[in-house]
Design a binder for this molecule. Structure first.
Ligand SMILES: Nc1ncnc2c1ncn2[C@@H]1O[C@H](COP(=O)(O)OP(=O)(O)OP(=O)(O)O)[C@@H](O)[C@H]1O
Ligand SMILES: [Mg+2]
Length: 447
C-alpha cells in the first residue's frame, strides 16, 4: 500500500508568533517521489517530522489518504524514516538491525525470511552477520535503508540520508534509492539542500525558503520557469547570472536592457515575451542569464537572437572538462538573500519601509515573511554612481560566469567578445518575481 500525503496550510511555530514553516500546502500523490529542497534552516526537517508525527502541527491539516491525521500516533502512520545519522544498534549485526522493527511489531514471528528478502533487494546478503563497526559508511546506510523498508511502509521519509557520504558513493546510492523506491512504488518525501540531488531524484521538487514554499514542479519546470530569483539562483550549476538592468523602450526606437556600461538590444521583430517587457519601460529589473545563454564568440558569428557584449576576464575556475570564466561586464549583480545563509535576512526586513498597499497585502498573505527574495536599492535613494558593492556582492570576482572549453586560450585582463542568446533571457521584477518568459511560452511546464 502506498499513501497520498496532503498538507493544507500547515504551519509550525516553536515559539509563539515565529513560524518556521508558514502555511505550507502540498499534495503528494501515491507512489510519488517528492523532494523538499532549500537552504539550511528553511524548515525541511520540520516538515518531514510533522508528516512522521514526531512534531506537533501548530496550524493546518495533514491528510493521509484523505483522512485527517494530525493526531495519529507515529506508529499508526505506517511510515519509515531514514535520517542523516543512520543510528544502527552497535551491539546488533546487520541481520539484527534490519529485523528489529519486525521483532517489535510481532515478537513471536520468525523475521528471517523477510530480512533475507530485504537484504537481497539491497545487495547486502554478505553483510548480514557483521556489526556496524565492521561496515563502511555506504554499507551502513544500506543496512539503515533495510531497516526502513523491511516493514513495507506505506511511505518513506528521508532526511538528507546521503549527506555523510563521499561524493562518489552518494551518487551511487542516489541511483539505488531511486530504483528501489520506484520498484516498491512507495510514496517518498526526500529532504536535501543539494539541488543537484533534488533534480536527479525527484518526480517533483518543492523549493522552500524561510519556511515558505516558493515553487513546486518537475525538475524541468523549476529550472526552465523559476517563479522568482531565489528559485532561479538556487537551482542549476553554475549559478544563474543575475544582473541589475533597466528597461529602455522608446516609442520610436529599438528596445534594450541597460546593464550599466553595456546594453542588450532586443532583436527585432520582438518576440512575444520581449513585447511584454515594453510596459516595464524605465523600470529597474533583474536580468537572469544561465551559462547556456552566453558563449565566447565574435559579433560576426552571431546567430539569430544573439546579441554582442564584451567582458574582462577576472577569474578562471578550471574544472577539467571545462573552465568557468568570471567576466567583468561593468554591470551590478543582484543580491539574493538566504541562498546559503541559515536565516532569512531579518536585518533587511527591518529596513523595509511601510511599502505600498500591495506590499502590505502580500505581507499579510505570508509571501514576504522570509524577507524580499532580492535586494535592490530603494529606487528613491538611487545614486547616479553605482553604490559600493556589499560584502556579499564583492565575494566573487566578475559579474558574469560563462562556461568555456579548456582549449580556448584566455588570460586574466583580456577583453573578450561574448554573445548572449536572448531566447534564454529571464527577466524578474524588483521583488524578484519572474516577468519573462511568460508561462504561456512553455504551457506544458507550468503547474
Ligand atoms: N525544537 C526546536 N525549537 C526551536 N526552534 C527549532 C527547533 N527545531 C528547529 N527549529 C528551528 O526551525 C527552523 C527550521 O529548522 P529545520 O531543522 O526544519 O531546518 P532544515 O531546513 O532541516 O535545516 P538543515 O538543512 O540545516 O537541516 C530553524 O530556524 C531552526 O532553528
Ligand atoms: Mg534538516
Amino acid at each position: 500500500m502506498t499513501r497520498a500525503i496532503s498538507l493544507h496550510h500547515v504551519s509550525k511555530a516553536y515559539t509563539r508568533g515565529v513560524r518556521v514553516v508558514d502555511r505550507l500546502s502540498l499534495d503528494i500523490a501515491p507512489g510519488e517521489f517528492l523532494v523538499l529542497l532549500g537552504p539550511s534552516g528553511c524548515g525541511k526537517s520540520t516538515v518531514l517530522r510533522m508528516i512522521a508525527g514526531l512534531e506537533e502541527i501548530t496550524e493546518g491539516d495533514l491528510l493521509l489518504d484523505g483522512e485527517h491525521a494530525n493526531d495519529l500516533q507515529p506508529s499508526e502512520r505506517e511510515m519509515a524514516m531514514v535520517f542523516q545519522n543512520f543510528a544502527l544498534y552497535p551491539n546488533m549485526t546487520s541481520r539484527g538491525n534490519i529485523g528489529f522493527p519486525l521483532r517489535i511489531e510481532s515478537p513471536g514471528e520468525d523475521s528471517g525470511p523477510r530480512v533475507d528478502a530485504t537484504a537481497r533487494m539491497l545487495g547486502i546478503e554478505d553483510l548480514l552477520d557483521r556489526y556496524p563497526r565492521q561496515l563502511s559508511g555506504g554499507e551502513r546506510q544500506r543496512v539503515a535503508m533495510g531497516r526502513a523498508i523491511v516493514r513495507q511502509p506505506s511511505a518513506f521519509l528521508m532526511d538528507e540520508p546521503l549527506s555523510n557520504l563521499d561524493a562518489k558513493l552518494r551518487s551511487h546510492l542516489r541511483a539505488e534509492i531511486s530504483t528501489l523506491t520506484r520498484q516498491l512504488g512507495v510514496t517518498t518525501v526526500y529532504v536535501t539542500h543539494d539541488q543537484a540531488e533534488a533534480m536527479s531524484l525527484g518526480d517533483r521538487v518543492a523549493v522552500l525558503r524561510g519556511g515558505v514554499l516558493q515553487q513546486v514542479g518537475s525538475p524541468r519546470s523549476v529550472y526552465a520557469l523559476p517563479r522568482n530569483v531565489f528559485v532561479a539562483a538556487f537551482i542549476g550549476t553554475p549559478r544563474i547570472n543575475l544582473l541589475r538592468g533597466l528597461i529602455r523602450a522608446p516609442i520610436d526606437g529599438a528596445m534594450s536592457i541597460n546593464l550599466g556600461r553595456q546594453y542588450l538590444r532586443l532583436p527585432e521583430p520582438l518576440s512575444l515575451d520581449h513585447q511584454l517587457l515594453r510596459v516595464q519601460q524605465g523600470r529597474e529589473v533583474i536580468v537572469g542569464l544561465r551559462s547556456e545563454a552566453i558563449r565566447i564568440a565574435k559579433p560576426a558569428s552571431a546567430r539569430p537572437g544573439e546579441v554582442p557584449i564584451s567582458g574582462l576576464v577576472e577569474h578562471m575556475e578550471f574544472q577539467g572538462h571545462e573552465v568557468l570564466v568570471h567576466f567583468n561586464t561593468g554591470s551590478q549583480p543582484a543580491v539574493v538573500p538566504d541562498l546559503e545563509a541559515p536565516y532569512p535576512a531579518r536585518a533587511i526586513r527591518r529596513r523595509r519601509r511601510e511599502g505600498t498597499v500591495l506590499d502590505r497585502i502580500r505581507e499579510r498573505a505570508g509571501a514576504l515573511r522570509a524577507g524580499p527574495v532580492v535586494v535592490l536599492d530603494d529606487p528613491h535613494d538611487a545614486q547616479p554612481d553605482p553604490p559600493a558593492p556589499t560584502a556579499q556582492e564583492s565575494r566573487l570576482p566578475g559579474d558574469l560566469v560563462v562556461r568555456s572549453t579548456p582549449d580556448i586560450e584566455l588570460r586574466l585582463g583580456m577583453q573578450i567578445p561574448l554573445l548572449v542568446d536572448l531566447a534564454h533571457l529571464f527577466v524578474f521584477d524588483q521583488h524578484g518575481d519572474r516577468i519573462s518568459p511568460a508561462s504561456a511560452r512553455l504551457p506544458d511546464l507550468e503547474e
